[in-house]
Structures are given as C-alpha cells and as structure tokens.
Design a protein around this ligand. Structure first.
Ligand code: NDP
Length: 248
C-alpha cells in the first residue's frame, strides 16, 4: 500500500530532506508550511502550524486528495537564541506556539481520522535539546522537552486505536537553524569547528541522516515501536562531558 504522509515544515532543512526521501520511496506527500514546497510528487498546503484551522485544512486536504492519512510528521520548528532573562514574551509565545502548539494542533486534527482507520504513525521531530540543555536556548529546550512528553502521551493514550507515536531527537544538523545558532556565537567559525570536533563520528549531521530514521519509523518495519525517542547525533550526547582526549 502506498502511504499517505502529512509533513509540516518541508520548505527547508530537515523537513525538505524527509519529504524528498519519502517521495522517492513512493509515498503520497502533503506538505504544510508558510512558504511553498516545490517538490514533484508533493502537494503543498499553505499552513501556519500555530493555527488550528490551518492544521485541520492540511489534514483534510490530504484525506480529500489521497483518501487517508497514514503518517503525520511534525517537523516545523523555530529556535530563539536567548537565555530566560533575555527572552521577551513574544519570543516565548513564538517558540511554544510553533514547536508545541503546532504539534498539538496537527495531532488533534489527525488522531480522530487515524482512529477511524485503526492505524497511523505519528513522528515528532524533537531534539537532543529536550534531554540536555543547549546553551542559550532556554525556551527552545523547554519546547522540545514538551514535544517528547506529548510523544509519550500520544503513544500511551492512542496505542489501542492502532496509532504509534515516536520522536526523533536530532543533534547538530547542518541547516539554516544550525547556522543561526552558530551565527549567535562570539566567533561563529570557531564555534562551528569546536562543534564538529565534539562529535565522536567526526562530523555534524546532514538532513538526510534524520530522513533515514524517519523513513524507517514511518514504515511497517517499525510496527512494534511506539512511545520512544530516537537520538540522531553522531554520539554527541552519549559522552561524559568531563574529560576527552586524555582518555584513550
Ligand atoms: P529550518 O529553519 O531549516 O526549517 C524550519 C521549517 O519549519 C521550515 O520549513 C519552516 O517553513 C517551518 N516553520 C517554521 N515556522 C512555521 C510555522 N509557523 N508554520 C509552519 N511551518 C513553520 O530548520 P531545521 O530543518 O533545522 O529544523 C526542522 C526541525 O528539526 C525543527 O523542529 C527543529 O527544532 C528540529 N531540530 C533541528 C536541529 C538542527 O540542528 N538543525 C537539531 C534538533 C532539532 P516556513 O518558514 O516556510 O513556514
């Protein structure tokens, strides 16, 4: 059966790589973001994930176009490089509204449909920042912690409806978002070199590294996998932060 997939935030970065991979695998992709997704084989629906109405329209379009939704990928996200005391109310609302309310809006729109069909897979793009604190990203870190918690709740509450829910927690993946985080450092090039060096595999991530895992989670191969968080970070957060080269 050809899967019908809804994905948010596929106009750039990780979401774009996921959409390209799934289209190449034969999926019917409906993509929601504010700017257009120009990908042959994908249908773009102008969507602001902060809007419940937009998220319902995104899911409805996928159902009307392809008859059903098998997979929802909540990928849209924003990051604000601030500590708590630097963060304005508007910045707090932006990060929480896109990263958390956006996931809530899309899941609430799709779950009744998946329940009726008795099957579905929801994949949320969380972050290692939901498990360990990235410096100077206080509200972003909190938002990803909330995404991880929602993932467990959906898996728990809707597993018996045939719905699986998992989260992927990328580390440093080279996209516009990572560039913005480096740009905020005092010496962006030094920060980039230091970040590369910190990875046991010797490089930072590529969007396709995340897409590979998402493609598997979306497939029947992952039929018994639910409520789990999958880290894709080249070993970054597996390390003890104290001590490095001195230990063989
Ligand atoms: P990008 O900035 O490259 O892409 C973000 C995507 O989110 C864009 O397609 C953007 O589309 C969409 N988006 C932003 N705001 C909204 C909105 N209000 N409504 C709909 N879509 C929106 O980021 P990445 O590809 O790097 O990030 C993708 C996901 O991966 C995010 O959830 C991020 O938190 C997560 N992540 C990224 C990491 C990294 O190192 N890059 C590490 C860990 C997690 P548009 O502007 O067209 O609306």
């Amino acid at each position: 059966m050809t899967a019908s997939v809804v994905i948010t935030g596929a106009s750039s970065g990780i979401g774009k790589a996921i959409a390209e991979r799934l289209v190449a695998d034969g999926a019917l992709v409906t993509a929601g973001s504010r700017s257009p997704v120009e990908l042959a084989g994908a249908t773009w629906v102008a969507t602001d994930v902060r809007s419940p109405t937009d998220c319902e329209a995104l899911v409805t379009t996928a159902i009307e176009t392809h008859g059903r939704v098998d997979v929802l990928i909540n990928n849209a996200g924003v990051q604000v490089e601030r500590t708590i005391d630097q963060t304005t109310d508007d910045e707090f609302d932006l990060v929480m509204d896109v990263n958390v309310r956006g996931v809530f809006n899309c899941c609430r729109a799709v779950i009744p449909h998946m329940r009726t069909h008795g099957s579905g897979s929801i994949i949320n793009i969380g972050s290692v920042a939901g498990n360990v604190a990235d410096h100077g990203l206080a509200v972003y870190n909190a938002s990803k912690g909330a995404v991880h918690a929602l993932t467990r709740s959906i898996a728990t509450d809707h597993g018996r409806d045939g719905i699986r829910c998992n989260a992927v927690s990328p580390g440093w993946i080279l996209t516009d978002m990572a560039d913005a985080a480096f740009a905020a450092a005092e010496d962006p090039e030094a920060a980039r070199a230091e970040a590369t060096q910190a990875h046991p595999v010797g490089r930072m991530g590529r969007p396709s590294d995340v897409a590979n895992l998402v493609a598997w989670l979306a497939s029947d191969q992952a039929d018994f996998v639910s409520g789990s968080l999958f880290t894709v970070d080249g070993g970054l957060t597996a390390q003890n932060p104290i001590g490095s080269a001195s230990h063989g």
